[in-house]
Design a protein around this ligand. Structure first.
Ligand code: XMP
Length: 552
């Protein structure tokens, strides 16, 4: 990930040419499952779960056609849930040709209603009664042979039933011709249906944790019904990605901006594996990184991984421009802008020596989904999401985005498989503007040093307690407050540091981490004793929303 601009701000279109990147990444010769997105809040989760079963999948717009699926080599289709009702005038339907093809289709919730509606059954609009929350379903007597393939190995008859998570308004009234009722909920409502020929509808969500055996249900669909194999592994991915990068880059040269984060590091490693020394990495030290980080980037890339690296110590020019600035957005803007200038200057120097046509970036799948899954025209264009704060217009590169189909935890796996040191693989995300947005008020060398020391203690203590990996992000914030304290025999009037630690899945929402009191106590104790100029430590106990993770 590029250091200058946020992962959350990664949604900017740029002038960078993308054609080669998309062509080279659009035709995977692997088994894949297409998930058509009808707008459910769980659509991404379905994709995560399928990947966890080691089957590659993509989240695609509802308007995807059978031709698209053939081009992508789909082995099966999952229709997600969604807020529509099949009778709405603007309801999104599935292309009829897909349902009439030989492709297996699993319809979840709204997806099941689409199957019923479009294959000649009846969907009953809800009449005020919605089924929402935990439910128990039972297999019917008709659940035999192929019709019950989804439930193979899962006992769901007799007393106990199967715990599932329901969430729907409309429900299927009359089955389409050729279908049987496979499972019903305790209220007698249809919970699963199948035609025994690969068309399956379920009224509950197998992808959520509240359906404890959901993964097995999905595995049954993937392996038994679609005939997929669990072949989506790190090593398979690496092999394929390397082939694709070689095909895209040919004899060309690539540059890659390193941020110290896992995404840009893994992107660089993959490109390096594909084209070796024709990759040059550029690392810009903004002066706002954590303690030891610039040194670690240089050491790891040059000495351990033997990847050509240009490291630019630009901290003076960054700090000069940040002097006197207190507004967070202005800090971001300055850092983003300076970053681009430094990066551009280095790239130009390189280009004078040899032509460079490609820029590698650690764009991840969630960024890609953001721009493509709900809108077919966007899917064709494939917008470029990237983390560079908009390179100058004249500077065009073709993008190499080897991670654009991966989720974050897959990136970590690939990083580990490529030899990235474990500490790096599991590193918490760090914002591009770095410590500058964790110093509330003016950023000065002294305040940076204070924050660096406090931050190091927070991380050290979390690691020592074995909690680092369970926490999504943790750090110290240097507040602009000073308060009275007493140390030894004397009164102090010194800085207050805040500690923030959150648990989160996607960083869009987060909860404050319930750290053990002893850990908090050690952190506070060490900070006031070891960091000069700090006499008070507070712990931030707000969740996101309403707060954000960072303080600025
Ligand atoms: P917030 O504070 O919005 O943060 O809850 C969500 C995630 O985004 C990171 N973040 C940034 N990353 N540049 C970045 O590269 C930024 O300007 C920026 N602001 C927030 C934050 O660290 C968290 O992971």
């Amino acid at each position: 990930m590029h250091p200058a601009i946020s992962s959350t701000e990664a949604d900017q279109e740029t002038h960078i040419a993308t054609a080669a990147a998309t062509d080279a990444t659009q035709t995977p010769a692997r088994e894949m499952i297409a998930i058509l997105d009808y707008g459910s809040q769980y659509s991404r989760l379905i994709a995560r779960r399928v990947r966890e079963c080691h089957v590659f999948c993509e989240l695609l717009p509802a308007t995807t056609t059978l031709d698209d699926l053939r081009r992508l080599g789909a082995r099966g289709v999952i229709l997600s849930g969604g807020p529509d009702s099949v009778y709405d005038p603007n309801a999104r339907h599935v292309e009829q040709a897909i349902l009439e093809s030989e492709l297996p289709v699993l319809g979840i919730c709204y997806g099941m209603q689409l199957l019923a509606y479009q294959l000649g059954g009846q969907v009953e609009p809800h009449t005020g009664r919605r089924e929402y929350g935990p439910a128990e379903i039972h297999l019917t007597d008709e659940a035999r042979g192929e019709a019950s393939a989804l439930f193979a190995g899962i006992e769901a008859n007799g007393e106990s039933g199967l715990a599932v998570w329901m969430s729907h308004g409309d429900s299927v009234g009359a089955l389409p011709p050729g279908f049987v009722a496979v499972a019903r909920s305790e209220s007698g409502a249809l919970a699963a249906m199948s035609d025994g020929k690969g068309h399956i509808g379920i009224q509950f969500h197998p992808e959520v944790a509240h359906t404890p055996r959901g993964k097995e249900l999905l595995e049954n669909f993937l392996f038994r019904v679609c005939g997929c194999s669990p072949s989506w592994t790190s090593s398979a991915f690496i092999e394929e990605a390397v082939g694709r990068i070689r095909a895209q880059v040919g004899e060309g040269r690539v540059i890659c901006g390193l941020s110290g984060g896992v995404d840009s590091a893994v992107a660089a490693l993959l490109v390096h594996r594909a084209i070796g020394e024709r990759l040059t990495c550029i690392f810009v030290d903004t002066g706002c990184m954590r303690a030891g980080e610039p040194e670690q980037v240089v050491e790891t890339f040059r000495s351990l991984l033997h990847i050509p690296l240009i490291a630019v110590d630009a901290h003076e020019r960054f700090l000069r421009r940040l002097a006197g600035v207190t507004d967070p957005e202005e800090k971001r803007h300055i850092i983003g802008e300076e970053f681009v200038r430094v990066f551009e200057a280095e790239a130009e120097k390189l280009r004078e020596r040899e032509p460079i046509d490609f820029l590698a970036q650690g764009t991840l799948y969630p960024d890609v989904i953001e721009s493509t899954s709900h809108d077919a025209s966007a899917a064709q264009k494939i917008k470029t999401h990237h983390n560079v704060g908009g390179l100058p217009e004249g500077m065009t590169f073709q993008l190499v985005e080897p991670l654009r189909y991966l989720f974050k935890d897959e990136v970590r796996e690939v990083g580990a498989a490529l030899g990235l040191p474990e500490e790096w693989v599991w590193r918490h995300p760090f914002p591009g503007p770095g410590l500058a947005i964790r110093i509330i008020g003016e950023v000065t060398p002294e305040r940076l040093e204070t924050l660096r020391q406090a931050d190091t203690i927070v991380i050290e203590e979390l690691r020592r307690a074995g909690l680092y990996r369970q926490i999504g992000q943790a750090f110290a914030v240097l507040t602009p407050l000073q308060s009275v304290g007493v140390m030894g025999d004397g009164r102090t009037y010194a800085n207050m540091v805040a500690v923030r630690a959150v648990t989160t899945g996607d960083f869009m929402t987060a909860d404050w981490a319930r750290l053990p009191h002893e850990v908090l106590a050690r952190i506070a104790n060490r900070i006031v004793n070891e960091v000069p100029g700090v006499n008070r430590v507070v712990y931030d106990i707000t969740s996101k929303p309403p707060a954000t993770i960072e303080w600025e």
